[in-house]
Design a protein around this ligand. Structure first.
Ligand code: DC
Length: 668
């Protein structure tokens, strides 16, 4: 499977359909709330299926820095809390761009520093320092908390400090604004039980409370930790006197409902009646508000069936129905609707989304700008966006503003029939590090739309190195076709099949039980990665690869590597025979002297001693065999780009090939 590491862009080819099963990562909102509560309470909490992402990692790092015990991995984390007593009194916490860490930790540490003494600095990425926190600070200061802004007034970074022993002023209701972010209320609800042992505490929300469902998650999880908040109407919350966090022992994190939105949309757009997208890890009874995205998707025509712990989604209406919807309750998932609107039968209007402007980026402006690049018309206002269906799609390079949701939802624009380039795709690491891998496992494209780069050339020209570097830079799959011939040769050696027995060799080649996994190759269930590189195996591969029926037997297997998002294939006949329609064909050469020298170095480093002269003679014999055989002889395709890398470093060769690739892409 292609793995999207730290790459500058990811090109998604036009997508044509989708089917299969996706296992969701844990909910970000639940994970960070649970981790904080587990860190503040007494005893050890086992947290199962927590999200493992940028935002949860900064929370865990902060908890460790504060003296909480953290063991295990995301499948099962064991968090031992501080029981409301500061273990560390001076710390600098880096919280990335995680609002779900910055806000509640600010509240908790402000209360603890005031009552127990301490000094804590909380900072994050530059964007975190543009996200407001003033409403929370304004709610905490009247209680007696000392909070200083270290940068701009109203924004992180900030310092909370206190000498300890101070009494907090908690008699009057604590007022907090709810119309900028519900996270301020959530932060107070999560933290104030720390100081509610001998008094009840009332919080009053001023202004309309937005994103209410996130507050419901907070209340639900507080209840799991033994804190039952009394609600008086929608705006008043009372933490009863004597409240104290009690670990639930074990707690399971449900799949992330906002992340589910991309796959619900994928099913609605790409899964025709006979197939479905099955989304595991969340059911219709989820506690997360974004599960209501299902209603919005259904209104647009999605066919969604809920089963215990899973959703099954198919295309219902097509084109989708245009909608006008108040999205206040599903602010994050609503971004997905803006992309679904491209496939609707009229303009769709998403309203009451002012909070988009203070999220990871100004999401209204960002969505409008990027949707327009695809060729649609968008009207934006202070708290709404209106998107027209896409009638004349254009390939577009989508800027992602370090916003995971923009990267994820725009991947769905590839169903418009054009390729879409996602810039800085790794920003999905905030909540869904494996998003693209999960998408590509269930999305498909017409074979001819899946880009292929071929790298052919003689033995030891550096094809393998160049091809794997290109695949890694582009997030594409890799086919080392030589390894298939080598595997056939190894299997023949193991079974004692003679090199002249073409019939049995072809049968063998056609039935190889091969597995490829991130550079590791298994044959018949055993790892053979190093065995395949042996000279004896290579020598036999060179001979049997001249047999037409062996080549034919491996043809289909090679074609099957052409999968979304793209392929880099190296060998001898990739550009001439197997992928004649490849968009870029590189023919890589180097002088025989250079190639012999390189192979010599390689072998010496592995502890083999051979003479350069013998190696060169062997290379030349193989070249002659590869070039003179009657089927698929080694030669440059007519439309290949020749690259002589005798005097080029690997990096320089990669840059040359990437330059050719960029010129062929439609993104300008
Ligand atoms: O690239 P390599 O050394 O791993 O390839 C092993 C042998 O397989 C090589 O001698 C030529 C043959 N081969 C081929 O004929 N066609 C390919 N596409 C790839 C390799």
């Amino acid at each position: 499977m292609a793995v999207v590491f730290d790459i500058p862009f990811l090109d998604i080819p036009p997508l044509a359909g989708a089917a299969g099963t996706v296992r969701l990562p844990g909910s970000k909102s639940i994970s960070n709330r649970v981790l904080l509560l587990a860190g503040l309470c007494r005893g050890t909490t086992q947290v199962c299926d927590a999200l493992d992402s940028d935002d949860t990692r900064v929370m865990l790092t902060a908890l460790r820095a504060l003296g909480c015990g953290v063991e295990g991995d995301s499948r099962s984390l064991r968090v031992t809390g501080i029981d409301g007593r500061l273990q560390v009194r001076d710390a600098k916490l880096f919280l990335g761009n995680a609002g779900t860490a910055m806000r509640p930790l600010t509240a908790a540490l402000a209360l603890l520093a005031t009552t127990q003494g301490g000094r804590f600095e909380l900072a994050g990425l530059p964007r975190m320092h543009e996200r407001p926190i003033g409403d929370l600070v304004d709610a905490l200061r009247p209680l007696g908390c000392s909070i200083d802004y270290l940068g701009s007034e109203g924004y992180p970074p900030l310092r909370v400090s206190g000498d300890g022993g101070a009494r907090l002023t908690l008699d009057a209701p604590i007022r907090v604004r709810g119309d900028v972010s519900s996270q301020f209320l959530t932060a107070l609800l999560l933290a104030l039980p720390l100081v509610a042992r001998d008094r009840s505490i009332t919080i009053e929300v001023a202004g309309e409370l937005i994103s209410r469902p996130y507050v419901e998650i907070t209340l639900n999880l507080l209840a799991r930790f033994g804190i039952d908040i009394d609600r008086e109407g929608g705006q008043r919350f009372v933490i009863p006197r004597g409240s104290a966090y009690r670990s639930p022992g074990t707690i399971h994190v449900e799949g992330d409902a906002s992340s589910a939105s991309y796959f619900i949309a994928l099913g609605a757009i790409g899964a025709d009646r006979s197939r479905c997208i099955r989304i595991e890890g969340i059911g219709l009874d989820a506690v997360q508000g974004d599960i209501r995205f299902v209603d919005a998707a259904r209104a647009m025509g999605a066919d969604v069936v809920g089963t215990p712990g899973a959703l099954e989604v198919r295309r219902g209406a097509w084109p989708l129905h245009a909608i006008t919807l108040d999205c206040n309750a599903i602010p994050d998932a609503a971004m997905t609707l803006a992309v679904m609107a491209l496939y609707a039968d009229g303009p769709s209007r998403l309203t009451n989304i002012a909070s988009w402007r203070v999220k990871e980026t100004d999401r209204i402006a960002a969505m409008a700008a990027e949707l327009r690049k695809l060729g649609t018309t968008v009207v934006e206002g202070p708290d709404f966006i209106e998107v027209q269906p896409l009638t004349h799609p254009r390939p577009a390079a989508i800027h992602t503003y370090d916003d995971h949701r923009i990267a994820m939802c725009f991947s769905l624009a590839a169903f418009a029939g054009v390729p879409v380039r996602i810039l800085d795709p790794r920003c999905v690491g905030k909540t869904y590090p494996d998003y693209f891998e999960a998408l590509f496992a269930v999305a498909d494209a017409h074979r001819s739309d899946i880009p292929v780069i071929t790298v052919d050339g003689p033995t030891a020209s550096g094809k393998g190195t160049l091809a794997s570097a290109l695949a890694a830079r582009l997030g594409y799959h890799l086919l080392d076709s030589g390894s298939l011939y080598r595997a056939a040769a190894l299997a023949a050696l193991q079974r004692g099949i003679a090199e002249a027995d073409e019939t049995r060799l072809a049968q063998l080649a056609g039935s190889l039980a091969l597995q490829f996994d991130c550079g590791r190759i298994e044959l018949d269930g055993s790892e053979v990665t190093d065995l395949l590189r042996r000279e004896s195996v290579g020598a036999l591969a060179s001979k049997i690869s001249a047999l037409p029926s062996v080549r034919q037997a491996l043809h289909g297997l090679q074609l099957s590597f052409r999968r979304v998002p793209g392929l880099v294939a190296d060998g001898r006949d990739m550009g001439t025979v197997v992928f004649p329609d490849a968009q870029l064909k590189v023919f890589l050469t180097a002088s025989a002297a250079k190639r012999a020298e390189r192979r010599h170095k390689q072998l010496i480093s592995k502890g083999f001693s051979v003479s350069i002269a013998a190696l060169r003679a062997d290379l030349e014999a193989r070249d002659a065999r590869d070039m003179n055989r009657c089927v698929a002889p080694l030669k440059a395709a007519e439309d290949a780009q020749l690259l002589d890398n005798s005097d080029l470093s690997i990096e320089a060769s990669v840059e040359v090939a990437l330059g050719w690739w960029q010129q062929r892409r439609p993104f300008g």
